[in-house]
Design a protein around this ligand. Sequence first.
Ligand code: PEP
Length: 256
Amino acid sequence: MRTYIVGNWKMNFTVGESSIYLHKLLKRIKPARGLQIAIAPSFIALQPLSLQIDRKKLRLVAQNCNAKDFGAYTGETAISQLRGLVDYAIIGHSERRYVFGETDNMIKEKVAACIRNNIAPILCIGETENERTFGETADVLKDQLTSGLADVSREDLEKCIIAYEPVWAISSVKGARPAAPDDIAMSINIIRDHLRSTYGEKIAENIPVLFGGSVNPSNAGAYLTIPGVNGLLIGGASLIADQFNDIIEIAKRVTK
Ligand code: PEP
């Protein structure tokens, strides 16, 4: 299975800054077999960056989308409008769930919209600090997986990517702290077991599971070697080209 290194720029960088960053990154990275590098800039930067990008080195990701393909939805962007620009879309990021109030049902519809438009959804799941304290992690992960993938057919499941992002480990969350590899391993096992028991061994083994939460060049190697982790979703550290590039180099070394 490929290893994914995905940078989520969130609401940062102008179009010009995005372009300069991409220029820098493209000069540094070389295509590496087995490694899929991708960045998720703001919507406004997707079109210009899609003209600048070298798809052998790097792919583009949408940070969100509307679940409908078109219509009277002022201010929204349909995933159908992003066809040809992005290969992936981040769906159900904890900021979408908890800052913008996205429900499991909305997330399920967005995942289905991605599949319908041939764009791979990166479905984010993860427990909050409170849920973890109350011992609810396994239930939360299973529930978010079940509802997020509810409208995906068996044939399409292999187009989906799961990102395990414990909310308490996301660097921009107040009081966040990096997760210990043992904690991540435990949650990855819960996710893998659930995928296996729901869809069978063969399908489950082909669904990539990424980890995200305060990833930086000092912990990326340890996180990437956790069994069952197929890559990283990176927020803060992806905003610094040197750090993102260092993580790419680490991924090349540890996944060889
Ligand atoms: C994220 O928000 O998806 C994320 C992983 O952020 P950070 O790497 O900054 O914790």
